[in-house]
Write a protein that binds this ligand. Structure first.
Ligand SMILES: Nc1ncnc2c1ncn2[C@@H]1O[C@H](COP(=O)(O)OP(=O)(O)OP(=O)(O)O)[C@@H](O)[C@H]1O
Length: 782
């Protein structure tokens, strides 16, 4: 046996010993869990038996309340500890399969002895020996593994910087408690392991990267300095991965005070949401809250409008180029995404403080009870110094009291009598019981016709007024739709005269188009955030102060307006935004959204990290795709080899379709698991599906799909955002589809979804983004 084999054997013996101990602990925990579960069940069952309930007097009632509280606390304590034990068990199960993935030998400056540190997804402590057999990858000392190579090294511990010498760095792949591979690494975390991991096939669920986190990614993960962390980097450089491991790190570092539901991740769409949803559970942590900006908007705008979604907007922008209003629409999208438009709305709001606020009349059964004009008068009767939302609250209180007054007069109206006649017997009996309980009426007095009539009419009227009161309390009496409309039709209002310099040259046209769609009951996606902003500014911003960390992935697709909105929504949160300006695919992308955030937070509160190494695709694919960009130097491929991208050009549709089907068949025969035929739009997807479905097995993905499986998918460009496939076939990389400058980034995004193989099919003239690329970075084949 050579030295390495002996070492391997020694390491395997250690794995066996650690796994043994893990299993022992699992058994103990198992017993303990069984007992705890029984306790919880028992307490739930006996809850009321162990509580003395007595409401005879105030003193007894207080005793009862205290007793219930005590019992509830006992139960929730038990439930909490049961859940902790369950979580611990889940970690132990993982450790028993693969207890660790790395080892460092570190000799601290002041120590004579070298410590061996083994890193895994959770720590494991040996009580008898009083030592950690495995350190959590997020522990302070573990950062040595990610940040340093052999030689001088240091890490930040709670008590300060610890320096020393790193003597060894080793990596393992352990499965079923067996070492499958073992490498000693040099400069960075071993290329071998990373090579191994990156050459695997794509997965419909993203995997954690803890064993191979790179130094610059570690900076993102462990950054706790600023209030704003901006991460910029090329396609496939691990922004999403770093974000998710960062969530896990924060949950570990602040485990006493931070929980998963205080962290929100904004993702581009539901497919992406499902794609990333397994990483945290894989690391033994609960998932953070996941949402899309669109979901947020939907939730708050409800069904008041026929609301366009961002993908519909995208589809319209990409397909309606011949429409006479296309240019105006694009200009409108850009302007409505800007902070200038936010300032315009602010000026409008300042104007509304003095005049022109619009309300809806309060009506009941077709009759106006309080007119819009009266409400307006009331609103402006409050001092100018009271904020608009506070005045709205005062108006609402006034309206409720007015309505209560009117409610009394209403009781005599004929319709009430009619309703009483129609009352259910059950309701009648219930009212009687209620009054009897209150001891206000004897049976005789209830029979008194007048008393009874009074009671019943009060009941009927109160019930009928209930929705109206709710309507008032939710401030629906503000005529938001018309107020927003007036932004575009209220030419000459004093705000517009003052802030005219903010408006674009095509404002009149934009205003016309917006007013037209609004009056059709449609709210375009570009209007959704401004509309919501106006609503919140008039009603009072509903901020969320519980959330402590907000993550925005694919942040290049957010407008400055949306960023400012999110910032306002989560005033106590730190923000991490991750994006790649080269992948901005929406028409509102201005390219300076990160800069605007930077300015809002200020230099002292912002950290900016740039990632340059791209891990997703083979060297050949990265060398081809980065040539499409102006700043190609900033993208360094990870050295993993594959075939050069292949370009196939056809004139006839049948030849084009046949060639695609042939490649799909070839890939499927090779057992390539995820194959994506990426089209520019959903419309093109339909066409592709129709022409391919009888030739080869394909699945069509639509915008309402919420996940994807290992298969051959036909998918529109914007749905493929953020995800990856073993092989990508660009359905039509022609000049027709990707010919305009503004389609460059979309084309780059599409091509960078490929991990191992990239095929570009063209019908007719080739896209200029390909012809401009050095010819030796791809092969022409046909
Ligand atoms: N340190 C790493 N170790 C192993 N795999 C990694 C590492 N960093 C990134 N990857 C892999 O590279 C691929 C791309 O990562 P990720 O999706 O996080 O990149 P991204 O920057 O968000 O890409 P895009 O901007 O294109 O959406 C994923 O398969 C991820 O697992």
């Amino acid at each position: 046996m050579n030295q390495w084999e002996t070492e391997w054997q020694r390491e395997q013996e250690r794995v066996n010993s650690v796994v043994d101990q893990v299993k022992k602990k699992m058994n103990v925990l198992e017993e303990h869990l069984g007992g705890k579960k029984e306790d919880v069940v028992q307490i739930r069952k006996d809850f009321w038996e162990d509580v003395t309930v007595n409401f005879d007097d105030a003193h007894e009632a207080a005793e009862t309340a205290a007793s219930i509280k005590q019992q509830a606390e006992l139960l929730s304590e038990l439930e909490r500890s049961h859940k902790n034990a369950e979580d611990q068990k889940k970690s132990l199960v993982k450790l028993s399969d693969s207890p660790y993935f790395g080892r460092i030998d570190f000799k601290e400056e002041k120590d004579a002895k070298t410590d061996r540190i083994y890193l895994g997804i959770a720590s494991f402590y040996d009580e008898k020996a009083d030592e950690f057999l495995v350190y959590d990858w997020r522990a302070p000392i573990s950062s040595l593994y990610y940040d340093h190579s052999i030689g001088r090294a240091e890490y930040e511990a709670p008590e300060g910087t610890v320096s020393g010498e790193m003597e060894l760095k080793r990596q393992y792949i352990i499965r079923n408690a067996q070492i499958k591979s073992m490498f000693d690494t040099g400069v960075t975390i071993g290329d071998e392991l990373l090579q191994e991991v990156l050459s695997r096939q794509a997965n419909p669920q993203m995997k954690s990267i803890v064993a191979t986190i790179q130094k610059e990614q570690n900076q993102i993960i462990r950054n706790t300095k600023g209030n704003l962390l901006i991460v910029q980097g090329a396609a496939g450089c691990g922004k999403t991965s770093a974000a998710l491991q960062r969530v896990a790190y924060l949950l570990y570092r602040y485990r006493e005070t931070l929980s998963a539901n205080q962290i929100v991740l904004f993702s581009p769409n539901n497919v992406f949401n499902s794609y990333v949803s397994n990483v945290l559970p894989e690391l033994g942590e609960e998932n953070m809250l996941q949402t899309t900006f669109q979901q947020y908007v939907y939730h708050h705008l409800g069904d008041s409008y026929n609301l366009e979604d961002p993908l519909e907007q995208m589809e319209a922008v990409l397909t309606a180029e011949d429409h006479p209003d296309h240019k105006v629409r694009l200009e409108g999208i850009r302007f409505k995404a800007s902070l200038d438009f936010m300032n315009v709305i602010e000026a409008y709001i300042a104007h509304l403080r003095n005049e022109d606020m619009l309300f809806k009349s309060v009506s009941f059964r077709g009759r106006v009870l309080i007119s819009a004009e009266q409400i307006k008068e009331k609103f402006y009767s409050f001092s100018f110094s009271v904020s608009i939302p506070d005045r709205m609250k005062l108006v609402s209180e006034w309206l409720v009291s007015e309505v209560r007054r009117l409610e009394k007069t209403e009781r005599k109206k004929p319709w009430v009598e009619e309703k009483i006649q129609l009352l259910d017997k059950e309701v009648y009996v219930r009212l009687y019981q209620k009054l009897k309980k209150k001891k206000q009426y004897t049976e005789d007095s209830f029979n008194d016709f007048e008393q009874e009539q009074r009671l019943l009419s009060a009941y009927v009227v109160s019930k009928a007024f209930k929705p109206l009161k709710k309507w008032i309390k939710s401030l629906t009496f503000i005529n938001l739709k018309e107020l927003y409309m007036r932004l575009f039709t209220g030419e000459g209002l004093s705000w517009e005269r003052k802030e005219k310099y903010l408006l674009p040259g095509s404002w009149k046209e934009i205003a016309r188009l917006t007013a037209e769609t609004l009056s059709n009951g449609e709210l375009l996606y570009e209007d959704a955030t401004p509309y919501l902003y106006l609503k919140e500014r008039l009603e009072g911003f509903q901020t969320n102060t519980a959330v402590r960390y907000v993550f925005i992935d694919e942040a290049q697709d957010y407008s400055p307006f949306q960023f400012a909105f999110i910032q306002r929504l989560f005033p106590r949160s730190k923000m991490t935004v991750l994006g790649d300006l080269n992948q901005s695919i929406y028409a509102h992308s201005t390219g300076d959204a990160f800069q605007m955030l930077y300015e809002r937070y200020g230099k002292d509160h912002t950290e900016r990290i740039i990632l340059t190494r791209s891990y997703r695709s083979t060297r050949q694919i990265v060398e081809f795709t980065r040539e499409m960009l102006h700043e190609k130097e900033s993208i360094i491929p990870f050295n993993r080899d594959g075939e050069k991208p292949v370009l196939k050009q056809y004139e006839k549709k049948e030849d084009h379709t046949r060639a695609i089907a042939d490649i799909i068949r070839k890939l499927q025969d090779k057992q390539v698991k995820t194959i994506a035929v990426i089209c520019k739009t959903a419309k093109e997807c339909e066409e592709a599906y129709e022409s391919l479905k009888d030739k080869v097995h394909v699945e069509l993905m639509k915008k309402d799909s919420s996940s994807f499986k290992q298969d051959t998918l036909i998918i529109p460009s914007y749905l493929a955002k953020g995800i990856e496939f073993d092989a990508v076939l660009v359905y039509d990389a022609s000049n027709l589809q990707y010919g305009k400058e503004r389609e460059r980034r979309l084309f780059y995004t599409v091509c960078t979804r490929a991990m191992h193989e990239l095929y570009l099919f063209c019908r007719g003239a080739i896209s200029p983004f390909i012809t401009a690329v050095p010819q030796d970075t791809f092969v022409r084949d046909n």
